[in-house]
Ligand binder design. Structure first.
Ligand code: MG
Length: 301
């Protein structure tokens, strides 16, 4: 049996939230349908943040009202505060993802909170999800480095992971929000988190900003991590890393893993077709993935 690696598709949320194209609700739903057709079983579909701050996610309630519910797909909604959590629960998200920040410089600008404040807030709002029986996960953003403060102490990442697990997070993601991680640091931070939250599933979120995402994924897989975030076409940057390319591309990750003998449940050629659709129709601008240019291997006869 090949080892299964779960790829969480973040394109419809993380991929679109800062894209200038401002995809309409109908096109977002078509995007989601195409992803499901390519085999996606778990995806970030919505973000319940103030529309003034993230206009591209203003229609998240409508998106969640329109997603297909009969295909065994789990939809994740992002929440940063109590209001967001209530919206995510009201719109029947299958999972709510809360974001803790590992550094104050980014935290103040992204959600006006310090690392400790985000952990305190999670204590408070995780209860709402627990009461509704909805699983809640935590992403620790800027877990490998902060665009304003620089290096992020590994001890702080471990502290946040410990608090996330204590408050009932079913999964902890380490987010390399600005794409500064290296594979050896990935291993070290995974070990540090496991030491304080041994029973909590780990997920890793990488950006290919400095061309290290695939090496970082390899390090995570070798460390035993079974859940990886990716965004088809590599869409989605970070507003505080203005020149940065986006999330690591789903099709690039699927190619590497399937060549390596892992099983993802995703269809590479359909993912490449979605990347091309994004360029021509969905976003109408180029996307950044190697596989959508090169195609898979071996060639299909
Ligand atoms: Mg991202």
């Amino acid at each position: 049996m090949p080892r299964h690696i779960e790829i969480v598709e973040v394109g419809p949320r993380d991929g679109l939230q800062n894209d200038p194209a401002m995809m309409s609700t109908d096109v977002k739903l078509e995007f989601i349908e195409r992803l499901i057709e390519a085999g996606v079983k778990r995806m970030e579909a919505a973000s319940f943040v103030p529309p003034k701050l993230v206009p591209a996610m203003a229609d998240s309630d409508a998106v969640m009202a329109g997603v297909p519910r009969d295909k065994g797909v789990k939809y994740i909604g992002l929440a940063l505060n109590e209001r967001g959590m209530r919206r995510a629960l009201d719109t029947r998200c299958d999972e709510v993802n809360f974001v803790m920040v590992a550094s104050a410089g980014f935290g103040k600008r992204n959600q006006n909170a310090t690392p400790e404040e985000t952990a305190d807030l999670f204590d408070h709002i995780a209860v709402l999800a627990h009461d509704d029986g909805v699983p809640v996960s935590v992403t620790i953003s800027v877990a490998f480095g902060d665009p304003f403060d620089g290096e992020v102490p590994i001890e702080r990442v471990a502290m946040l992971a410990k608090r996330a697990a204590a408050a009932g997070a079913v999964e902890i993601a380490l987010g390399d929000t600005i794409g500064v991680a290296d594979p050896w640091d990935v291993r070290a931070r995974i070990d540090a988190v496991r030491a304080v939250a041994p029973d909590t599933r780990l997920r890793l979120h990488f950006h290919n900003t400095r061309n290290t995402a695939m090496a970082n994924i390899h390090a995570a897989i070798e460390a035993g991590v079974d859940v990886i975030d990716a965004s088809v076409g590599g869409i989605g940057g970070c507003p505080f890393a203005p020149k940065a390319t986006g999330n690591v591309a789903t099709e690039d990750v699927v190619y590497m893993l399937e060549r390596g003998g892992f099983e993802t449940g995703l269809d590479l050629s359909k993912l490449i077709a979605i990347a091309k659709w994004l360029e021509k129709e969905g976003l109408k601008h180029p996307v950044h993935s190697m596989l959508s240019n090169a195609g898979g291997f071996p060639p299909k006869t």
